[in-house]
Design a protein around this ligand. Structure first.
Ligand code: XUL
Length: 558
């Protein structure tokens, strides 16, 4: 049997350059965490005066940016922290990282020579002060580019056309619309830029001392790449800004080597000169890696302030909602991602209104009500929802006599309110039926092979049971807050292994059969159960989506 073990006594370092902090996770060759560190932007770098890592520009509606140099100084600080810890940086065999998706950095003409001649006696931040054509990087929270989104969609032939070409319709936070806005409103900045990096390829560029490629997975968050061909799309480039391809550089696969670590880090922090920098990617794709999703049918549900669903499929069907990226851990297949704004805060609100502010009552209500809720369906939006695009509001419907066997002759009736236990079940069934319905429409296999649940609400057993019976598969849990930096460390090891073997090897070969002995382990927390119920839920889901479509027609934006 081929040996896929990692070199003994070596480490693999993963970063996560996120909105509020820079995190680092270090794995040993048995894939156990041996160190982790955090630089918190607001408190560790207070002179940038960010709040939650960002500047919200009151004068321009929806403009949200971060100071690019803050990310540079965070890397200085993080490397100091790591080298002052017990960790021998000389043993790190490979480094990779996650960047918040969509954010972009604009390198000023002439900066590649600054990058390639960094002085190890000085901090990075003291050398890169003049390297950017704009000091403020637009980030994923920005929503100021609606006009550019519509222009790009129109030029490419419509929103659905753009989605089928690039994996997503135009979104305000996506990098293409952000670049177009800079081109339109600050043409001098655009023309004075020799290279545009994503946050992921930006930090990788610092580490190799040269412009790093953008990896194909994170590139799909730009509305610029042809998803199927994995090349920049001429149509999308033309719709965005002139001369753009040259500024973006080449694309690379996620497991590729970006380069060796720059001499700067070898001299200043005693890294080994053979330490490899593996392509960085987006935080969500790397979370998929960190949760050990690796084959079609694997699905993760992250239950947090916003709920996210992502998984792997061979046959994606890009639509107006949701996103498709190339699979970050394989050369084939795709990652599908759905984002819901109404997550834990909405669950809490329904708990407060109907279950006397108590999770115990909430769970008791879930247990004492029957699956399918006697035909009661609810839509609960405390925030303007993304999926479906609906405004704040609660909507409730009942299908009288619904037993899950047939939809024949069923008509729904709108009602004002349910009894409290039914409200709780309608919320939970509604959230997960929506996830199942949209994941299936997006081409995710049904039932999934397994679901990995993570985030705050994944400690709630009643919720896990509902997920298992609605999706019809086993649900596993992991309790770790940093799946993006952990996933980056794992991808560093994977990239190292592929380089060592001289060919792509499946990421699972590194942890196959020994997962439970590593920091990547997960626990079986709810089992799939009754197949008949899963089919009944399929009918219920179909009805729900019909009502949802009507609500969107009546109240939605797009
Ligand atoms: C994904 C997105 C966010 C950021 C957060 O499309 O915009 O999840 O990646 O860092």
């Amino acid at each position: 049997m081929e040996d896929f073990s990692l070199p003994r006594d070596s480490y693999f370092l993963g970063f996560d350059s996120s909105t509020q902090s820079l995190k680092a996770t270090v794995l040993d060759s048995n894939l156990n965490i041996v160190a982790s560190e955090l630089v918190h932007f607001d408190s560790d770098l207070p002179h940038y005066k960010t709040k939650d890592g960002v500047y919200r520009d009151a004068s321009v509606n929806g403009r949200i940016v971060s100071p690019t140099l803050m990310w540079v100084e965070a890397l200085d600080l993080m490397l100091n922290k790591l080298s002052n810890s017990n960790l021998d940086l000389g043993k790190i065999a490979a480094v990779s990282g996650s960047g918040q998706q969509h954010g972009s950095v604009y390198w000023k003409s002439g900066s590649s020579s600054i990058l390639s001649s960094l002085d190890p006696k000085k901090r990075l931040v003291d050398q890169l002060g003049d390297a950017f054509s704009t000091k403020e990087s637009p980030i994923w929270m920005d929503s100021s580019t609606t006009e550019q989104c519509r222009e790009i969609e129109k030029a490419v032939g419509g929103a659905l056309e753009l989605s089928q070409l690039t994996g997503s319709r135009a979104h305000e936070r996506y990098t293409g619309p952000q670049i177009r806005k800079i081109f339109e409103t600050q043409p001098e900045v655009y023309h004075n830029t020799e290279r545009i990096s994503l946050v992921s390829s930006f930090v990788a560029s610092l580490l190799i001392g040269a412009y790093a490629c953008i990896d194909e997975t994170d590139a799909a968050g730009m509305n610029l790449m042809d998803l199927r061909q994995r090349v920049w799309s001429d149509r999308a480039l033309e719709a965005t800004a002139p001369g753009l391809e040259q500024k973006l550089g080449k694309l690379a696969t996620a497991h590729a080597v970006a380069g060796y670590i720059a001499p700067y880090f070898v001299e200043r922090f005693s890294f080994n000169k053979d330490c490899l920098i593996i392509q960085w990617s987006g935080d969500n794709p790397n979370s998929l890696a960190g949760l050990t999703l690796n084959t079609p049918g694997d699905l993760a549900i992250s239950l947090g302030t916003s709920d996210t669903v992502f998984g792997i499929t061979d046959d994606p069907q890009p639509r107006l909602e949701g996103h498709v990226f190339p699979n970050p851990v394989d050369t084939k297949g795709y990652m599908v991602m759905l984002v819901y704004k109404n997550g834990s805060l909405t669950r809490e609100d329904v708990r407060n209104r109907y279950a006397e502010k108590s999770w115990d009552n909430f769970n008791a209500f879930l247990q004492q009500t029957q699956p399918l809720n006697g035909g009661k369906i609810g839509f609960y939006y405390n925030e303007h929802e993304i999926l479906p695009p609906l405004p704040v509001g609660f909507h409730r419907y009942v299908f009288e006599n619904f037993n899950g066997d047939t939809l024949e002759g069923l008509a729904e009736r709108e009602v004002e309110e349910f009894d409290p236990p039914s409200e709780v079940r309608a919320l939970i069934e509604g959230q997960f039926l929506s996830m199942r319905g949209h994941a299936e429409r997006f081409g995710m296999p049904s039932p999934p092979k397994r679901i990995i649940a993570t985030g705050g609400a994944s400690t709630n057993q009643s919720i896990l049971n509902s997920i298992a019976s609605i999706f019809g598969c086993d649900v596993y849990t992991v309790q770790r807050p940093d799946s993006a930096s952990l996933g980056a460390a794992l991808r560093a090891a994977h990239g190292w292994l592929c380089r060592n073997k001289g060919t792509f090897v499946p990421i699972s070969s590194m942890y196959k059969d020994k997962l439970e002995k590593t920091s990547l382990s997960c626990k079986l927390s709810a089992t799939s159960g009754d197949k008949q119920l899963v089919s009944k839920y399929a009918l219920f889901m179909k009805k729900r989506i019909e009502i949802e479509n009507r609500l969107v027609e009546r109240l939605g934006r797009c």
